[in-house]
Design a protein around this ligand. Structure first.
Ligand code: HXC
Length: 517
């Protein structure tokens, strides 16, 4: 009869075996491929390399295709809970060494269990993806499992932050779980995602493309916008997830974590007065403004490779987390196109869901004109920005730096869309449309009948600019609360943010609004 000591030794031996996943050879292969194992990733992710593994001994119950003889430790996924910088986080980490991290019924069940725990505990959920997709031997059981994962991703959405790290293959329908989460971090070279791979595409359309060109980190970050952050390796991907979490509350009932320095530092940075060029057609770099206004070193940009004409970044102001949406005049003159609308709308909605105040920096000549944009649905996509800012109930503050024209100005969080504070720099041009366009419509006949139509048009444009391309008309009508010197921006925002600390904006109850998707 086994003694207690024997039983304890048996447990230890089982634990050791489970930790080895698919065995030493496959772990070596994983390392040779430039990847860490599921457990190694968790050790780096959690404080003190400590985490509690749940369902370590869960085992598949498949029998077809010789599965009854297959032992799959943990069923190819490590599910766990631990602390990151002292805050609770739940994680699933797919184990590629165990049948390619393929998703069987029990594998999917474990992931759903951990998501359910995250939901009930009000703690973020991280999924580390490294998987060959649906476990082919388990057929529809696998498919049902994916369906449940998608269902839980949806339940968690807007309640706790969800972060996906793609550190291996993530192809076919499997890619929809990361797509349903809030942020995707992808590792260069090892991480890949696509619905149909290069072979299928070649057969279907004749197009030839490599897997990396199609589904690699850069392609998915810059072309499709599926990926929010690119990492050089697993270590960096995990560091990005940790930093990202430091800006986020644990759930939608909490405020984001403030840093200890809560005091207002009302510093005036003279160099801000010199950033906007005299010629309003000349671009400048919006980052030069943001870096001077927010706490040093706190800009943490999302989607930096995608729709670069719109900057979406987390930042801190006197230690408090804010979400910043800013036009970038260096790209497409800061005009808003389809991709910029989608990118910013998603960011705005994320910030609103998780109680992160929104600050806009406006320098927008308009929505980007073009047949491609019109046929692509810029009306519907641009409407997402109007909808997102109007629906957001967190504190909303705008700074009009320079151009603010037409509907695009409204889309950047104007007073009439519910912005709580709007400041304008003296360089602001707030108007319904640009001088050239306005003059052509208003003075068509005067220009035609003038002795020198060209000179007349020029004169009228100058007159229009003087009168309307300033912040003062908008300020006289209460669309702007204050015209400030650029150097006063940090002070203005600090006071505004502080005065909105307890903002309440209650809306009529409804199931959900109907954002034009
Ligand atoms: C069962 C799988 C598997 C899978 C990999 N393996 N994917 N077993 N089901 N989906 C097994 C392999 O047989 C192999 O087992 C081990 O995992 C490692 O795989 P390798 O091929 O040796 O690794 P590698 O060369 O790195 O290639 C990785 C890979 C490739 C690119 C992911 O394995 C692959 O193409 N797998 C199939 C992908 C796929 O078609 N998945 C199903 C898609 S359908 P041994 O024992 O030989 O070491 C789908 C629908 C989801 O996902 C729908 C959701 C809505």
């Amino acid at each position: 009869m086994p003694t207690v000591k024997d039983k304890i030794e048996e447990l230890r031996s089982k634990n050791r075996k489970a930790k080895l996943g698919g065995g030493v050879q496959r772990i070596d292969a994983q390392h040779q491929a430039g990847k860490l194992t599921a457990h190694e990733r968790l050790e780096i992710l959690y404080d003190n390399n400590f985490y509690e593994e749940l369902y370590q001994f869960a085992h598949h119950n498949a029998t077809a295709f010789g599965m009854n003889e297959k032992e799959l430790p943990g069923d190819g996924v490590v599910t766990s809970v631990g602390a990151i910088r002292g805050r609770l986080v739940y994680t699933s980490s797919q184990d590629f060494t165990v049948m390619g991290g393929s998703v069987g019924g029990i594998h999917a069940w474990k992931i759903c269990q951990i998501m359910d725990m995250a939901l009930k505990a009000g703690a973020p959920y991280i999924a580390i993806n490294d998987s060959g997709g649906a476990r082919i031997q388990e057929g529809v059981d696998s498919l049902r499992g994916y369906g449940r994962i998608f269902y839980y991703n949806t339940l968690l959405s807007g309640v706790v932050p969800q972060i996906s790290i793609i550190a291996g293959p993530c192809a076919g329908g499997a890619a929809y779980s990361p797509a349903l989460m809030d942020f995707i971090i992808m590792v260069k070279n090892t991480g890949q995602m696509f619905i149909a791979g290069p072979e299928v595409i070649k057969e279907a359309t004749g197009e030839i493309i490599s897997a990396e060109e199609l589904g690699g980190a850069f392609a998915q970050a810059s072309q499709s916008g599926n990926v929010h952050f690119i990492a050089d390796n697993d270590h960096q991907a995990i560091a990005i997830a940790q930093t990202l979490l430091s800006y986020l509350p644990a759930n939608n009932t909490e405020d984001p974590p403030s840093l200890p320095s809560e005091e207002l530092t009302l510093i005036e940075d003279e160099s801000l007065n010199r950033i906007v060029p005299d010629d309003s057609r000349e671009p400048y770099n919006m980052y030069d403004i943001l870096q001077r206004v927010f706490d040093p070193g706190t800009l943490f940009e999302v989607h930096s490779h995608y729709a670069r004409n719109m900057i979406c970044t987390f930042a801190r102001l006197n230690g408090r987390v804010v979400g910043v949406v800013a036009n970038q005049p260096m790209e497409k003159f800061g005009a808003i196109d389809i991709d910029a609308s989608d990118k910013s709308s998603r960011f705005i909605r994320f910030c609103n869901a998780f109680n992160i105040p929104l600050i806009s920096f406006v320098d927008v000549p308009g929505f980007l004109p073009g047949v491609e944009q019109e046929f692509g649905g810029i009306i519907r996509h641009g409407a997402k920005m109007l909808f997102s800012f109007s629906a957001a109930t967190v504190p909303k503050i705008s700074v009009v730096v320079r151009k603010a024209y037409g509907g695009a100005y409204l889309a950047m969080s104007a007073k009439s869309l519910g912005a709580d504070r709007v400041a304008a720099w003296p360089t602001a041009e707030i108007a319904v449309m640009g001088a050239e366009g306005a003059v052509s419509v208003l003075f068509k006949n005067d220009i035609k009948s003038a002795a020198d139509p060209k000179a007349k048009r020029k004169e009228l444009i100058e007159q229009y600019k003087e009168q309307f391309e300033t912040p003062y008309v908008a300020a006289s009508k209460g669309l702007v609360d204050a015209v400030i010197e650029p150097k006063q921006t940090r002070t203005y925002l600090s006071v505004a943010l502080e005065s909105l600390r307890n903002k309440r904006d209650l809306r009529p109850q409804k199931k959900h609004g109907l954002i034009p998707l």
